[in-house]
Ligand binder design. Sequence first.
Ligand SMILES: [Zn+2]
Length: 92
Amino acid sequence: MKVFNAMEPLVAEALNEYWSDINMPCKCEQCKNDVFAIALNSITPRYVSKDNGIAYVKAQYFDKQMKTNIVVKIAEATKKVAEHPQCANFQR
Ligand SMILES: [Zn+2]
């Protein structure tokens, strides 16, 4: 079976775009992955088949409302991780 969550590449794209501007106490790979996971969990998944998925994802890149929604979820996820970082840099 070949399906994937179409939101995943969209969130990844937005996160990569905003990561350098995001206000985080730590910007290691793990914190970034935590933000990615939390944001994805808070966004309703949209599963598509691999065959039709790419066209769907490309169309969504140009949907401003979708992008705004994703950025809001990333901001919320960032806040959670910033308050409770799980990575080694914060384990004392
Ligand atoms: Zn970190």
